[in-house]
Design a protein around this ligand. Structure first.
Ligand code: FE2
Ligand code: FE2
Length: 163
């Protein structure tokens, strides 16, 4: 038995995880056609993972002897300026997911839905990892930007008499 309030949030999370999967699939496709193979591989993997998360929520709801709802999913953004914009959007999205999971956890605790708080622990840990992974990529992008400044500076040093 799970409270109606929590069940509603769990079903909303099914749609959110599905939406995450579609967003990352769209990012993977954008990266693929724009020559960013590494980013495409990263995002195809993420899209698979998110589909797995969605299925975990579906199975859990069904195991509670409820009937999971497969909600409709918004069409994801298709175009990005560069890979930094992709990963900034990914981080923003993961922060939204983290907040959504925290809300379900808090509501489940208030309603004494302990099976739900127990189930959500895995997702709470997973969100820490996912946010850290995306932040790491943003660090890599920032440092790569510095590599070209370093190379430019080296070339500047090699110039003689302003030529
Ligand atoms: Fe997820
Ligand atoms: Fe995620």
């Amino acid at each position: 038995m799970v409270s109606k309030k929590v069940l509603k949030l769990l079903n909303e999370q099914v749609a959110l995880e599905g939406e995450s999967s579609q967003i990352y699939l769209a990012m993977a496709t954008w990266a693929d056609v724009n020559g960013f193979r590494g980013t495409a591989a990263f995002m195809y993997r993420q899209a698979e993972e998110e589909r797995g998360h969605m299925q975990k929520f579906i199975k859990f709801i069904n195991d509670l002897t409820e009937h999971a709802e497969i909600g409709g999913i918004k069409e994801p953004k298709a175009d990005y300026k560069d890979i930094e914009e992709v990963f900034r959007a990914a981080l923003e999205h993961e922060e939204l997911i983290t907040a959504a999971i925290a809300k379900i956890f808090t509501t489940a605790r208030e309603n004494n839905d302990y099976a739900v708080t127990s189930f959500l622990k895995w997702f709470i840990d997973e969100q820490v990892e996912e946010e850290a992974a995306v932040k790491r990529v943003l660090d890599i992008i920032r440092m790569a930007g510095k590599v070209s400044i370093y190379l430019a500076d080296k070339e500047i040093g090699a110039l003689h008499g302003g030529k």
